[in-house]
Design a protein around this ligand. Structure first.
Ligand SMILES: N[C@@H](CCC(=O)N[C@@H](CS)C(=O)NCC(=O)O)C(=O)O
Length: 207
């Protein structure tokens, strides 16, 4: 049995979406970051964490990579050049696009007031928007980052694009929005969204 620890309102959404795509049974432990249940399995207190086959796997990309490899679905095989390109898209989403959003979020909402540096926010937004251009250029006119094939790199990208949109960043009217519109049609995405809607809102988290 797979156990996914983390609120589906967080990056755990990526794993929920993939588990729904794979149609494998799993238990979801809906907890916020820094919950004692998270510290029991991850010293950073961060979510998501997946428990599988006697291992504890942290990080949404590591979890999605494990699940996709294990089921040989929604991924190109390790060692293939396509896999390297797929991985580079996953990392573009997880590192280059996500890091500025995370720093922005910390300085707006998470850090103690005295540590927040509001002046950093415009540069975070600029960094994100530059990487969005990179993403759109690489995506071209494709429906998925790997062309016709849906992979976990799309799950990684969709999450960060949705996050940017939710916090009011202007994604323009072009490729990224069309890309998102197409992915939203996937039944597993819709199921994962329903699971997210039924979970406890992040506003209830106490720091
Ligand atoms: N790279 C990690 C980042 C994990 C992460 O930062 N998760 C957030 C929730 S989305 C968290 O636990 N933050 C800790 C906090 O809010 O203090 C991943 O993709 O899983």
């Amino acid at each position: 049995m797979l156990t996914l620890i983390g609120s589906p309102q967080s990056r755990a959404f990526r794993a929920v979406w993939l588990l729904e795509e794979l149609r494998v049974p799993y238990e979801l432990v809906d907890v916020f970051p820094l919950d004692p249940k998270v510290f029991e399995v991850n010293p950073s207190g961060k979510i998501p964490v997946l428990q599988a086959e006697g291992q504890t796997i942290s990080d949404s990309l590591a979890i999605c990579t494990y699940l996709a490899d294990r089921h040989n679905k929604f991924t190109f095989p390790a060692g293939s050049p396509e896999r390297a390109v797929q991985d580079s898209f996953s990392l573009l989403a997880a590192n280059d696009m996500e890091a500025p959003l995370w720093v922005r979020h910390k300085h707006m909402d998470i850090l103690p007031e005295k540590l927040r540096v509001p002046d950093i926010i415009p540069s975070c937004e600029l960094d994100f928007l530059q990487e969005l251009k990179t993403f759109e250029t690489r995506l071209g006119n494709n429906t998925h980052v790997m062309g016709d094939t849906f992979t976990i790199a799309d799950i990684m990208a969709m999450f960060v694009l949705s996050w940017a949109k939710a916090v009011g960043l202007d994604l323009g009217t072009g490729k990224a929005l069309n890309y998102m519109k197409n992915l939203k049609q996937r039944p597993a995405y819709q199921k994962a969204t329903q699971i997210r809607r039924q979970s406890r809102p992040f506003s209830e988290m106490k720091r």
